[in-house]
Design a protein around this ligand. Structure first.
Ligand code: CTP
Length: 403
């Protein structure tokens, strides 16, 4: 007798906004794609759509605030939190976003989402003023830094009469994003991945240093995505202003030399090495032991010596079963330069980007890259860095499976 098919499970949180009715359509799309959907509603959501509607559509009881049945409630929310392969909140109001950002758990939905270990995705929908409010934006940044995936709202005519950002994204698009997240949840299980990120800092004296423009965002996005996909991730990070992704082992470095040493210690244990760090190519020949003083208008002459090329060193000791990915931030002749680095550093793939393009490069949340392997070059359109991260990892997985 064939075994019972295990369907992936989405726990769908519905909060109280006019777009709540659209969650019915979202539920149907997910079901048609073979997903088992369980619904949790806030009390306000029940004013827009009845639990009975979701109960009938999903074929499962709907969890709402049931403080009147404390014993079942306690068990129920943990069971739901565990059952989820993906926890999706659509529509997500400013209220639930604020609660999640602050760790407030005072109803069935906020408690359940806090208890889950599954990836969490939210599709916000609200009035433009609320959407643009600094509190909401700050909360969203907090959630994003913890790995919550956000399906940004569209702009358009809103139910409240306003026009602007805040309209729930098309449910078909939300469903696609959810399916993507599900398909990818555990496809890197068992793989050990080392990601390096951020700039190095080379001291000139006790108060000054040489560095370069790197925010670390791309490397952090890759580390986060790989961890979400089940990989065992070590993130070797330079000094950056980013929160460590959940479930990732973080090892700091300051100088290029330190990066080289740490990376060499860690490399042998890895299946995949992703060198997204931006090590400074030069360091001061001598670090002044005391603060360098101005010298009555005389030019300051610094002698810089070349740092080791970390990627080239790792490339030399790479085993044939390891997949090694590097980056090339270029301002001209992007493909030719990147291909040269792929060869010279013995990489399996290089992620090339033209940092002069709008939306690409430093300190932005988007990037425009070309993924170059020995066999092909795939140019991607402008994307958010978390999407670029997933596309890089898709390609990495193909290389891993080719070994
Ligand atoms: N890289 C490295 N160690 C260095 C310099 C670069 O490991 N000292 C790595 C980067 O992390 C990246 C790749 O090599 O993955 C390409 O870096 P990039 O700065 O574009 O190239 P360089 O080799 O420094 O060449 P150039 O500065 O001449 O463009």
């Amino acid at each position: 007798m064939p075994g019972k098919e295990h369907k992936p499970c989405v726990v769908l949180g519905v909060t109280g906004g006019i777009a709540a009715y659209k969650a019915c359509e979202l539920l149907r799309i997910l079901q048609k794609r073979g997903i088992d959907v369980y619904v949790v509603m806030t009390q306000n959501a029940c004013r827009f759509v009845t639990p009975l509607t979701f109960e009938t559509l999903s074929g499962h009881p709907v969890a709402v605030d049931t403080f009147d049945r404390p014993q079942t409630w306690e068990v129920e929310h943990i069971a739901l939190a565990k059952r989820a392969d993906l926890f999706l909140i659509a529509p997500a109001t400013a209220n639930i976003i604020g609660k999640m950002a602050c760790g407030i758990a005072d109803d069935m939905l906020s408690t359940t989402v806090m208890a889950t270990r599954a990836p969490v995705m939210i599709a916000p929908a609200m009035n433009t003023g609320m959407w643009e409010n600094e509190a909401t934006q700050h909360n969203l940044r907090t959630l994003a830094s913890r790995g919550v995936q956000i399906v940004l709202p569209a702009s358009g005519h809103l139910a409240c009469g306003d026009s602007g950002a805040g309209k729930l994204e098309d449910v078909a698009v939300i469903a696609e994003r959810a399916l993507e997240a599900l398909g990818r949840t555990r496809d890197m299980e068992g793989l050990r991945v080392l990601v390096t990120a951020g700039p190095s800092r080379e001291a000139l004296d006790p108060v000054r240093y040489v560095t370069n423009r790197s925010s670390g965002k791309m490397g952090y996005a890759i580390a986060r995505a790989a961890a979400q996909r089940g990989a065992q991730v070590t993130l070797l990070t330079g000094p950056v202003a980013l929160e460590a992704p959940q479930g990732v082992q973080v090892v700091p470095f300051t100088t290029t030399q330190e990066l080289l040493e740490r990376a060499q210690e860690l490399a042998a244990k890895q299946d995949v090495l992703i060198q997204a760090a931006a090590p400074a190519d030069y360091r001061a020949q001598k670090v002044a032991p005391q603060k360098i003083k101005k010298n009555s208008g005389e030019p300051l002459v610094l002698t810089l010596v070349e740092n080791p090329d970390v990627a080239a060193a790792l490339g030399r000791s790479k085993r044939p079963d390891q997949v090694f990915v590097g980056f090339a931030a270029e301002t001209n002749d992007v493909l030719a330069h990147a291909q040269g680095k792929l060869e010279r550093k013995n990489l399996d793939m290089i992620v090339a980007n033209d940092v002069t393009l709008p939306g690409a490069g430093f300190d932005v949340d988007t990037n425009v890259v070309t993924l170059i392997t020995r066999d092909e070059a795939v140019s991607l359109p402008l994307m958010r860095k978390d999407e670029v991260a997933d596309r890089i990892l898709d390609q990495v997985l193909m290389l891993v499976h080719d070994r």
